[in-house]
Design a protein around this ligand. Structure first.
Ligand code: GTP
Length: 242
């Protein structure tokens, strides 16, 4: 069976040490990683957050900007990242299409699930931009939604850490890493791997979520090939199977 995956990158990761904007060295690194997936026959789609530009919740903190407007501003940030990633992928010779949840036809295609699947079948990478197109949803939820819609086998959350811990590994030396956990554990154990909406949607669709370190070269391909030694996976346990 053909492997079809969605990789979620945080916008913040694109910013590098600056914490803001886009570091083209990181963009190029990610593009090379994605190219290795495509070269190995993996149908690959991407969601990138927008936190390197703006976060709706933070923008709305003092009440000057409404939360809904802050979230739309955040969605625009994800479109900037998607266009940048499109350029980097084309630079390394990968075919790519950007589809936005909000129509902006001068910049990119509009999200149409059947068209997205067609692009993937033609070995094009598809980048889903503008989140879900609605305020109050995170890009993690957008990633889970799009992964479910395109029948992805797996959602990979590519982060700065190598998996899911019971407490912050940067603060606590005795933090314990999970190899695997159920959706219910991810929902109830105060494990902030993704927001509850995203986890609930993944659970409903039995979509496995893998959390791994994006900066380790070859890591994502290793996971897709079945080596889960360097990541954490959220998947249905037997009682959750229907
Ligand atoms: P096939 O029909 O499978 O060959 O796909 P295709 O994407 O190559 O064909 P299409 O003619 O739809 O697109 C050609 C180019 O135009 C691609 O680079 C698309 O990303 C781009 N494109 C298609 N629709 C839109 C749109 O609504 N807005 C923008 N900005 N670009 C678009």
């Amino acid at each position: 069976m053909k492997k079809r995956i969605l990789v979620k990158f945080s916008g913040e990761a694109l910013a590098g040490e600056n914490g803001f904007g886009i570091d083209t060295k990181i963009l190029k690194f990610i593009a090379d990683e994605i190219k290795s997936l495509v070269d190995n026959g993996v149908e690959t789609s991407i969601v990138i957050g927008g936190g390197n530009f703006i976060r709706g919740v933070s923008a709305a903190k003092d009440g000057t900007i409404k939360r809904t407007s802050g979230d739309y501003m955040g969605m625009l940030g994800t479109v900037i990242n998607a266009v940048a990633m499109q350029e980097a992928l084309e630079f390394v010779g990968v075919s790519v299409r950007v589809q936005s949840a909000i129509k902006m036809e001068a910049i990119c295609e509009t999200f149409i699930v059947r068209k997205a699947k067609r692009h993937l079948e033609k070995n094009r990478v598809v980048i889903f931009a503008a989140g879900t197109g609605n305020p109050f949803f995170t890009t993690d939820t957008a990633a889970t939604l799009r992964a479910s819609e395109i029948d992805a086998n797996m959602l990979i959350k590519a982060t700065k850490v190598d998996g899911i811990y019971n407490k912050d590994p940067n603060k606590f030396k005795d933090a314990k890493k999970y190899d695997s956990l159920s959706y219910d554990q991810a929902l109830h154990d105060n494990i902030k791997v993704m927001d509850d909406t995203a986890i609930a949607l993944a659970k409903e669709n039995s979509l496995p979520i893998v959390v791994c370190n994006m900066f380790e070269k070859g890591n994502i391909l290793k996971i897709i090939e079945g080596d889960y030694s360097n990541c954490s996976i959220v998947k249905p346990d037997e009682k959750e199977m229907v």
